[in-house]
Design a protein around this ligand. Structure first.
Ligand code: ZN
Length: 175
């Protein structure tokens, strides 16, 4: 079941999301929510979706960058973005550490700000400590586009949108 996505202006997008307990992460309710978030992300389509974007103020996000999403990009664009397919994964209660601050600057959009994009500087490499969909501790080290997706989704859990970090003069309508 595809869930409705909430847009900029919804208060839930500006709240700090609530931490989940390990028990909650092992619950049927969260497993179902994760399934629906995956379906919603794929239907959009998007490469990440945070729980606040479907109206749930929970520190939970799903990420997946499928190879087919990169078909339309030129090989040099993919290389510049350091973009590689990322298998579906879940992060809960993430803690982000910057490994390489040197910013990468690329156009970025958000399913909660549809029809627009802007250049956003992001750290080139990050480490994320989180729990996965089973409540197991995971450490993810990522660079390039995956690092960008992680930073974007973790921002959502803090009530931050890319428009807070963008170079506002690069803001464009895409739709
Ligand atoms: Zn977003």
């Amino acid at each position: 079941m595809v869930l409705p996505i909430v847009y900029a202006g919804a208060p839930v997008l500006r709240q700090k999301a609530r931490v989940l307990s390990t028990e909650e992460l092992k619950s049927r309710a969260i497993a179902e929510l994760v399934d629906r978030m995956r379906e919603t992300m794929r239907a959009a389509p998007g490469v990440g979706l945070a729980a606040p974007q479907i109206g749930e103020p929970l520190a939970l996000a799903v990420i997946e960058d499928r190879a087919e999403y990169q078909d339309k990009l030129a090989p040099e664009e993919i290389a510049r973005r350091e973009r590689q397919p990322v298998p579906f994964h879940v992060i809960a209660n993430p803690r982000l550490t910057v490994l390489e601050a040197a910013p990468a600057v690329f156009l970025e959009g958000c399913l909660s700000v549809p029809g627009y994009a802007a250049e956003v500087p992001r750290a080139l490499a990050v480490k994320v400590e989180a729990l996965d969909h089973r409540g197991e501790r995971v450490v993810i080290e990522a660079r390039g586009w995956h690092a960008r997706i992680l930073q974007h989704e973790i921002d959502h859990l803090e009530g931050t949108l890319y428009i807070d970090r963008m170079d506002s003069r690069t803001f464009v309508a895409t739709g």
